[in-house]
Design a binder for this molecule. Structure first.
Ligand SMILES: NC(=O)c1ccc[n+]([C@@H]2O[C@H](COP(=O)([O-])OP(=O)(O)OC[C@H]3O[C@@H](n4cnc5c(N)ncnc54)[C@H](OP(=O)(O)O)[C@@H]3O)[C@@H](O)[C@H]2O)c1
Length: 238
């Protein structure tokens, strides 16, 4: 599969009124996306991570939750070949996808890496959150609260209005579970490393699936090797 096929470009129009959502994660053989101490860099190989930059570049927004922002302080821009010769993409500033942090209470600090000049950034916060420390630094978007944090449907509506046709959801597992529970994941790309962690978070944390009757079966679209890892592409059955 080529990069455009991987992110389901041909299916984007099927997500009417909202962006198409691609949930990507990196896990171990035992389904862990982080160790017990919350470290997760790097579960998968340099080859898989380089491919992820190409996938990011093929979408218009890279979305993570505030838990990931706090744990990893990720940069989230598409790194270019100038930064790392092993990468295959070169994305100028005006074509970088939005970096989006879903951050109900505006916990992102002014020095966060996503607030640098490498790409545009949206910090999505609650309507009543105090985000005064961010106002001059980036685009702050106000959204209604939901039980789990922010209303993810409202987030997608806001991104769609800004021209985003495909979201690259990079977790973490709590935010991803909210998207899955709301029926808002259109495609899953899992990079599975031949490794075990034993404890730590799995690819989804929380959400509404309680029993086998609720299981979300997926159609397997592709399996490939990515360096030492396996890449699985699947589409949830609706
Ligand atoms: N291996 C991988 O692929 C991968 C990828 C990403 C992260 N990780 C790891 O995952 C861990 C972090 O996971 P996490 O579950 O704590 O963080 P997360 O899913 O990134 O963020 C969860 C937080 O997002 C906010 N949020 C806002 N609206 C939400 C909604 N509707 N539903 C759910 N959450 C919402 C909530 O915090 P507020 O109330 O503060 O807004 C919530 O606690 C770290 O260890 C990180 O390294 C691994």
């Amino acid at each position: 599969m080529g990069i455009r096929e991987l992110v389901g470009t041909d299916e984007w129009q099927t997500a009417e009124g909202r962006p198409y959502v691609v949930y990507k994660y990196a896990a171990t053989l035992d389904g862990r996306i982080a160790a017990a101490d919350s470290t997760s860099q790097w579960i998968t190989s340099a080859q898989s991570r380089a491919e992820v930059h190409e996938l990011r570049a093929a979408c218009q927004a890279t979305v993570v939750g505030s838990g990931t922002q706090q744990a990893d302080n990720p940069h989230l821009a598409v790194r270019s070949m100038q930064d790392d010769p092993s990468l295959k993409v070169a994305v100028p500033l005006d074509q970088q996808p939005w970096r989006v942090i879903v951050d109900t209470n505006a916990r992102t600090q002014a020095g966060a890496r996503v607030l640098d000049e490498a790409a545009p950034t949206i910090i999505a916060v609650a309507e009543d959150a105090d985000a005064s420390h961010l106002d001059d630094l980036t685009t702050v978007v106000r959204l209604p609260r939901s039980k789990a944090g922010l209303d993810v449907e409202a987030l997608l509506g806001e991104l769609h209005r800004r021209g985003v046709r495909a979201v690259f959801l990079e977790g973490g597992p709590t935010l991803a579970a909210s998207f899955v529970s709301a029926g808002l994941v259109d495609r899953i790309i899992a990079y599975v490393a031949p490794a075990l962690l034993g404890r730590g978070k799995s690819a989804l944390q929380g959400g509404t699936i309680e029993t086998m009757d609720d299981i979300l079966r997926c159609e397997l679209l592709d399996v490939a090797q990515s360096g030492p890892d396996v890449r699985l592409v699947a589409r949830p059955h609706r």
